[in-house]
Design a protein around this ligand. Structure first.
Ligand code: ADP
Ligand code: MG
Length: 266
């Protein structure tokens, strides 16, 4: 089977004349764990919105030979592109397994939907195992700790058979232990899929990024390994005067750009 790829060519988005994306070129190959960073307002979320069909754009967006631009959100999801949002998007009352079941339903063929279900489909068992929530299958999502909620959202993308996962600030508000488990989970997922993560947590990026794209004012400013991007003077310039990571919930103090980009060791 051919390898997956995502290719963006001159992708532009405007909101009432305000240019949020000013011509983005981006290529992400299968098994990449790509971090998308950039100052607040750079267009990171808009880029994910454009890829997933939530925001109209111009230019080319191709996933493994299928044009995504111009398609509807549900069609793009069926082509194997899934995303999570900056804020949690779960049903408080539904259990972990019910969430996975609903997500899987959108990927299941009509014929298998008609078949009587006996027990847990092995596919969902594997997803539960992967996201570490096997013991939580019957727990309502509303009472899960923060980290487990985010893992369930990722699990839903796996249940709907996403080949490319787009995650918007997945570790915001997580404890150090939760971040570590999330990093390990994303590495497992990226073994045979592609992952793009918008993230402000530079320590997390350093620990888990396979590659990095830096977005500033709607353009890709730099791309490469963590070391390459950190050494890039233009990247340092783009962050000057901008507090990164952005203040998020949680006990960690906000770091200044100097420490962050100089590769301060904890
Ligand atoms: P990031 O995720 O990098 O912080 P966004 O993609 O959310 O940035 O936003 C990029 C720019 O586009 C910001 O200046 C933001 O205010 C603007 N923007 C985003 N969504 C809309 C919208 N729906 N209408 C108008 N402006 C928007
Ligand atoms: Mg954003």
């Amino acid at each position: 089977m051919a390898e997956d790829y995502l290719q963006l060519d001159d992708v532009r988005v405007s909101f009432d004349g305000f240019v949020a994306l000013a011509g983005v070129d981006l290529t992400v190959l299968q098994s990449d764990l790509r971090f998308l960073i950039g100052p607040n307002g750079a267009g990171k979320t808009t880029l994910i919105d454009a890829i997933t069909g939530l925001t109209a754009s111009t230019g080319l967006i191709d996933f493994s030979g299928n044009r995504l631009d111009g398609r509807r959100v549900a069609q793009i999801a069926r082509l194997g592109v899934g995303r999570t949002f900056q804020t949690a998007s779960l049903f408080e009352e539904l259990t972990v397994l019910q969430h996975l079941d609903i997500a899987a339903g959108s990927a299941r063929r009509p014929l298998s939907l008609l078949r009587r279900r006996r027990g847990l489909p092995s596919e969902l068992g594997e997803v539960l195992e992967l996201i570490g929530l096997t013991d939580r299958a019957a727990t309502p999502a509303g009472v899960l700790p923060h980290g487990e909620k985010r893992w369930l959202e990722i699990g839903m993308l796996l249940a709907q058979r996403s080949r490319l996962l787009l995650l918007d600030e997945p570790v915001a508000g997580m404890s150090a232990a939760e971040k570590e488990r999330t990093g390990a989970l994303l590495q497992r997922i990226a073994e045979d899929r592609s992952v793009i993560i918008v993230e402000h947590d530079m320590d997390f990026m350093r620990a888990y990024a396979k590659s990095v794209s830096v977005l500033a004012r709607g353009r890709v400013l730099a791309e490469g390994t963590v070391a390459e991007v950190q050494a890039n003077p233009e990247v340092q310039q783009a962050y000057l005067g901008t507090p990164i990571p952005e203040p998020v919930e949680g006990p960690e103090p906000v770091e200044g750009p100097d420490q962050v980009l100089a590769g301060r060791e904890a």
